[in-house]
Write a protein of this length. Structure first.
Length: 298
């Protein structure tokens, strides 16, 4: 056991060193992409920000703990096994927010978890899920965020253990790339493949359902081969929502759940999930809600 632990420790350190080397190589994003400015793009961006659940974390919370869900100036504390993280101000304030961000800044942040300075974000920001977002969706999100009224609000510094710094995150992301596995191929009998593919995009990328419902290793890496098999989040046990767990649910059950939070057995869902319903799934268009339901009950 002790030997295995030493080996694991050694491997983790090597990964960190390897990761430090990687910092010099920035991921490539489309250099000619531009942020759209049309009202239509901004409206699409607002829809995507709702569908992506950004409000659940980036809502305004002031020092007294007052919440304002109509603003995205940050301050909400996310308590995790690896420290407490404060969601930042994502209004276009140039001092304390993301004023002046380019198309490339948004692509790097959402698809690669990289800040404009090139360092990595903590995965309390679910960028490993948002990595699957299309360029067009990220750019519309950026257009919407930059259209908001700038709000000056500085959020508290993250509270993390000493060993968990932004350099260690490079090693962690490399470890996650290598050990997360892959999702089992979806053996659907259904013939509306395009519809289900849209549902999969909403579930896996934009809606990041797996961030809470997919089990993780002790190092916090999602186990994609057991996608949606349920997880432990601190004290809280989170139900499985894989096909086996949802065997009794119909498409209509699931659709109603996403709209109102009523489960197949007639009970209301609670905990963090009621927040997901309020901020995210209940605001989807009928077509997107049905696509998500079709994906989960395929
Ligand atoms: C589960 C909580 C959570 C959700 C959901 C979330 N974020 Fe974040 N986000 C964070 C945290 C925490 C950070 C800070 C990470 C860090 O400092 O390393 C962050 C950072 C960011 C940043 C970088 C800000 C900066 O000043 O560098 C942007 C931009 C951002 N998020 C946009 C979004 C958008 C757009 C969405 C929805 C599509 C979203 N976030 C959803 C928690 C979240
Ligand atoms: C922030 C974490 C979080 C995210 C993100 C999340 N869930 Fe949940 N979900 C929960 C928790 C916690 C529960 C259990 C709530 C309770 O105790 O009633 C739950 C319960 C559920 C249930 C009920 C399961 C049952 O049998 O009782 C379903 C279905 C579900 N979630 C679907 C989804 C879908 C679909 C998404 C993505 C759009 C999603 N969840 C995203 C935390 C989350």
């Amino acid at each position: 056991m002790a030997k295995r632990r030493t080996l694991l420790f050694g491997m983790t350190i090597s990964l960190i060193v390897f990761g430090a080397a990687l910092i010099f190589f920035s991921p490539s994003v489309n250099q000619s992409a531009k942020l759209p400015t049309s009202p239509a793009a901004i409206a699409r961006g607002e829809y995507l920000v709702n569908a992506g659940g950004c409000v659940s974390c980036h809502l305004a919370v002031d020092a007294q703990g007052n919440r304002d869900e109509s603003q995205l100036s940050g301050g909400h504390a996310l308590a995790t096994d690896f420290g407490t993280f404060y969601a930042p101000n994502i209004t276009p304030d140039t001092e304390t927010g993301i004023g002046g961000w380019s198309a490339q800044d948004f692509l790097l942040a959402l698809q690669h978890g990289r800040s404009p300075e090139g360092s990595l974000y903590y995965p309390a920001f679910p960028y490993r899920s948002y990595a699957g977002l299309s360029d067009a969706d990220v750019l519309d999100i950026g257009a919407y965020l930059l259209s908001l009224e700038p709000i000056t609000q500085r959020v508290p510094e993250h509270e993390t253990p000493w060993w968990l710094n932004r350099v260690a995150l490079i090693g962690w992301n490399a470890l996650a790339d290598w050990t997360q596995g892959s999702v089992p191929s979806s053996d659907t009998e259904s013939n509306d493949e395009e519809f289900i593919a849209r549902g999969a995009y909403l579930a896996r990328s934009l809606g990041h359902c797996g961030e809470c419902h997919t089990p993780r290793t002790s190092l916090g890496v999602s186990q994609l081969s057991r996608e949606f098999a349920g997880a432990q989040l601190g004290e809280e046990k989170i139900e499985a929502i894989d096909r086996e767990a949802l065997a009794e649910w119909t498409r209509d059950n699931f659709d109603l759940f996403l709209l109102l939070g009523i489960k197949a057995d007639g009970e209301f869902v609670g905990g963090d999930m009621s927040d997901v319903i309020d901020h995210n799934t209940s605001r989807l268009t009928d077509a997107d809600r049905l696509a998500l339901a079709a994906f989960f009950t395929r």
